[in-house]
Design a binder for this molecule. Structure first.
Ligand code: AHM
Ligand code: MG
Length: 335
């Protein structure tokens, strides 16, 4: 019996039908992210060899300078998006300001902007734990033909055209949405092709995993402390299981498949939370909502927050809808 294996490239073309007047620009953009992800994946996979081949900051055997992986990943995504001339601007968690991209003819004729966290959780690389890339795509709001402006990037998450992540884990996967559900593709490293392995991904309504850096417990708001006690009570299907990788993409990915909730609340140490609204929370919120999940800041929907600055931080509660609702119930007791 023969079985058809859909590649990411085929899937992107097939799904252009969702966009009635598609020019193919979004498809080309997602294709370029796919390409950059493969290059970064190759480098992440070699990270354990750094001690043998030369440390960061040294010159390697080919006479090339070794870069930190997060800097390397940033360069690869920036270069790919710039060289291919498919976006008019990029903002990266690794850069202080956004970058406006001119077309070859000197114009600014592309309609999309990309916001990217090139290597999230990069401190995990040193200990061989999975990391990720997160991306978010919007239509620019200023007129085509003019250089992009800050306001093109400071859009509410509800305006996202597409978002996704790459998880460099035991397998490398690219998971994305264009607002028509969430699909996951696994890389066959032998031939460098992503295959559709997880069609129509969906958070279960309930789950039994909670993910939070509990070491910060004393610094958490009382609502979070109460919710954690709730998670640990011996009632119904509780106590829940605690699982925290410290790599947002991986924690999210597991919770989406198994059912769970991820929390990065405010704390007395990080009064606005730690995660970035534009590079981390909005894209993950779009994916969550497209996959039957929920993402809030503990009180209100993440994607409706009006951004005021590129590197803005927000608290993040994300996952299975009934679990997020329980957590919000405890938060509501301390408005
Ligand atoms: P980063 O962007 O500096 O890598 O930080 C984001 C990461 C997330 O992937 C992860 O969930 C979180 O920070 C872990 O933070 P902590 O070590 O405070 O628990
Ligand atoms: Mg990050």
């Amino acid at each position: 019996m023969s079985q058809k294996h859909t590649t990411l490239g085929e899937f992107i073309i097939d799904n252009q039908k969702h966009f009635q007047y598609s020019s193919g620009e979004l498809s080309r953009l997602i294709n370029s992210i796919r390409l950059a992800a493969k290059v970064v994946n190759h480098e992440v996979n070699k990270a354990g060899l750094v001690d043998i081949l030369g440390a960061v900051g040294e010159t390697n055997i080919q006479g090339e300078d070794q870069q930190k992986l997060d800097v390397y990943a940033n360069d690869i995504f920036m270069q790919t998006l710039t060289n291919r001339q498919i976006v008019c601007g990029v903002a990266s968690e690794e850069e202080d300001d956004f970058v406006a991209i001119e077309s070859n003819n000197g114009g600014h004729n592309n309609k999309y902007v990309v916001l990217i966290d090139p290597l999230d959780g990069s401190s995990n690389v040193d200990v061989n734990v999975s990391v990720g890339t997160i991306f978010s795509i919007y239509h620019r709001v200023t007129p085509i033909g003019t250089p992009v402006q800050l306001e093109d990037f400071l859009q509410e998450g509800t305006k996202q055209v597409a978002a996704g992540y790459v998880v460099y884990g035991t397998s490398t996967m690219l998971v994305y949405t264009t607002g028509h559900g969430v699909n996951g593709f696994t890389l066959n490293p032998a031939i460098g092709t992503f295959y559709l392995s997880h069609p129509n991904m969906s958070f279960p309504d309930d789950g039994n995993i909670y993910s939070i850096n509990e070491g910060n417990y004393v610094h958490f708001p009382q609502g979070v402390k109460d919710y954690l006690k709730f998670c640990q009570e011996e009632v119904d299907n509780r106590p829940y299981t605690s699982r925290y990788i410290g790599s947002l993409v991986s924690d999210f990915h597991r919770n989406m498949i198994k059912g769970g909730v991820y929390l990065y609340p405010t704390s007395s140490k990080a009064p606005k939370g730690k995660l970035r609204l534009l590079y981390e929370c909005n894209p993950m919120a779009f994916l969550a909502e497209q996959a039957n999940g929920v993402a809030t800041d503990g009180y209100k929907r993440i994607m409706e927050i009006k951004p005021t600055e590129l590197h803005q931080r927000v608290p993040f509660f994300c996952g299975s809808k009934n679990m997020v609702a329980d957590a919000e119930g405890f938060m509501a007791m301390y408005p």
